[in-house]
Design a protein around this ligand. Sequence first.
Ligand SMILES: [Zn+2]
Length: 425
Amino acid sequence: MSDTTFLTDFHHVATFGATDNNGVERQAATAEDKLSRDWFAGFAGERGWEVRVDGIGNMFALIDLVPGAPYILLGSHLDSQPLGGRFDGAYGVLAGLHAAERVAEQVAAECSIPEFNLAVVNWFNEEGGRFAPSIMGSSVFAGLMDQDKMLAVKDLAGTTVAEALESIGYLGTDERPELAGYAEIHIEQGRILEREGITLGAVDYSWYTQKLDIEVLGEQSHTGATAMADRHDALVAASKVVLLVHDVTAKFADEALVSSVGQLTLEPNSPIVVARRVHLVADLRSASPEIVAEARASLLADIAQIAKDHDIRINVNDFDVRGIQYYPEEGLELTEKVAANLGLGVRRIRTMAGHDSVAMNRIVPTVMMFIPSVDGVSHCEREFTTDADMVAGLRALGEVAWEMVHGALAGAPSREQEPAQAGAA
Ligand SMILES: [Zn+2]
């Protein structure tokens, strides 16, 4: 199988849900998502690989090399953000399929005896744009989220995950494959590899993250008739909170902390009513749990002051606290070895974004690799990675998969996350 065939397939899949400006809109369990899923099943079917769909819509293509052995799983996700890019996730699935085919062919050609079988996955709802939370399919697979709870999650139109999957024919009942390891390749979505002219990133750890659920409780009143002195305007106080969450990053070294409010709902959201309640979600991320803890303490103090100044109540709760997670050293060394064999530049790199591999790393030895993103942009139509970098990454993934089915990471631990240090409240 040639690099040209891979590129042809990649660019073909990018036509499913294609947008005017070279992006894709293929949110989880939509008609566009179904097109990419049908294509995945077709690719596997043409090669005689078994396809399974589990109870949360994850799709697996299984290649049996050793009867009865557990699987080394390759893959990522085919869903996208609204007006998203065509590389995020899709690249990892397409590279997974083509790398798996190359390994299977090589095993047959060399009559090698692998220790494990090989499979490719398209995880359900990695993006979380339509159904929150993100990284849903792989987290259910890893036992980090409850399947029934996730099936009941609704989108803004009131459609549940179960209904949406059912409607496109991908609410499965198949048994999940037993795994021995996981490898994923993804675009970096930042600009470190591009800046340094390096083709491959060996992802060594994921950032510490925590969210703050913030509820601002004012008092509903008439925007025309209520005297200014008598208003308890939840939106005014919430606006100050939004700015605080942004400005707190300036207290630390450049890029040591990133922080934004990405979601806000307003009640009653009427043009002639002073808001009684605003619900906000702040997302804080850093390589350092101490920095997140310090930023959180500073925000809590400032938010308490805003509540006092406006004579309203503001409830703040920690949630979705994710400790730093380290990928196994054995996998980093494997990526470095493979890069050296292929003559590719490689460096260790952390991920600030969440990925399916972060969930998988909790249960099986996991390798995560990055290839460069032009201009470091992602989650937009302008997202771009060159064909040359995609082909280089595909070769690296093929080599990693070859080593893993032959037992390269069999003794490596999967890494539990460190205990949460901030946000115990
Ligand atoms: Zn992704």
